[in-house]
Design a protein around this ligand. Sequence first.
Ligand SMILES: Nc1nc2c(ncn2[C@@H]2O[C@H](COP(=O)(O)OP(=O)(O)OP(=O)(O)O)[C@@H](O)[C@H]2O)c(=O)[nH]1
Ligand SMILES: [Mg+2]
Length: 317
Amino acid sequence: MNDLDRALENLIARAEKGDIRATGRILTMLEVPGETSIRLLKLLHRKTGKAHVIGITGIPGAGKSSLINRLIQELRRRGYRVAVVAIDPSSPLSQGSLLGDRLRMQVHSVDPGVFIRSISTRGLKGGLSLAGLAMIEAFDALGYDYILLETVGVGQAEVDVINAAHTIIVVTMPGAGDDIQALKAGVMEIGDIYVVNKSDKPEATKTYEFIVFSVEKGDLGPSTGWIPRVLMVSSLVGTNIDKLVDTIEEHKQYLQQNSLFHEKVKARRKLLAYYMVKTAIDQLVEDIALSRETGNELDIEDLTARIRKELCSRLLG
Ligand SMILES: Nc1nc2c(ncn2[C@@H]2O[C@H](COP(=O)(O)OP(=O)(O)OP(=O)(O)O)[C@@H](O)[C@H]2O)c(=O)[nH]1
Ligand SMILES: [Mg+2]
């Protein structure tokens, strides 16, 4: 084991003991593709496969963040450690305030059993998919029992990340669910659990009945054989959150009994490896272009050797 590995092992050990700053450093390192993040992922990989990853998606304003806050409370009450990865849509308008919000949440979070992290497209060299998937691996390895992913479910990265989830929760609200097209857009139709949030509003029942009807008709739901559940909750009041967590645990049992839980973990790792190789090759292409510009054209044998080395170290190493 070399010095870098030893330093990374040390960092991981500190994070496992609940050192928030060590955890933060690990996540930051993973956002930058390269030798360090690859070594880090290799060390983390050995410890993964246990966390239950939950994707929470739905139209803007449906109440995803509010629901996540309630879920954190209930999951903590049951003794679980919880990590949140919030994927910010690249709208420059909302970004500042969203990140600000979460930084505040993080600062105020005195609970060492909760870690909240936002990622946005800004300045991420390997892209959002790579960062998001790597973060799931990290939280899993560091012993978080639940990883909650918040996304509005549009764009390739968000679809990648949501597909990496064991359980997909689609959040809707009264007035928004009447239009089946809204639900069928993007990843909305593959929910394992449909949550009609804002049940404190009178129109909620109508939306609930509409979604139940769509599920019974077979318009909504995953392809795993699981019949999607539909629940009315109020994240404002806190109604039915315990029932939702019971349903999440029921879905986990279903996945485990049908060997689907580990399948998801494997698929997630494969996708992560794909994005790592892709990033490395993109980097190589960039280097070649640069070498042409500067007149120091790279030697083709040297390039072939580098590609072989990149692929081997990532896929087999
Ligand atoms: N009445 C009512 N309002 C709610 C409820 N849950 C959330 N809200 C409100 O709905 C608005 C949007 O809530 P968020 O939790 O920010 O929704 P979001 O889906 O995370 O929104 P984006 O991240 O912007 O996509 C806020 O003003 C919340 O206070 C609820 O159960 N009842
Ligand atoms: Mg939100």
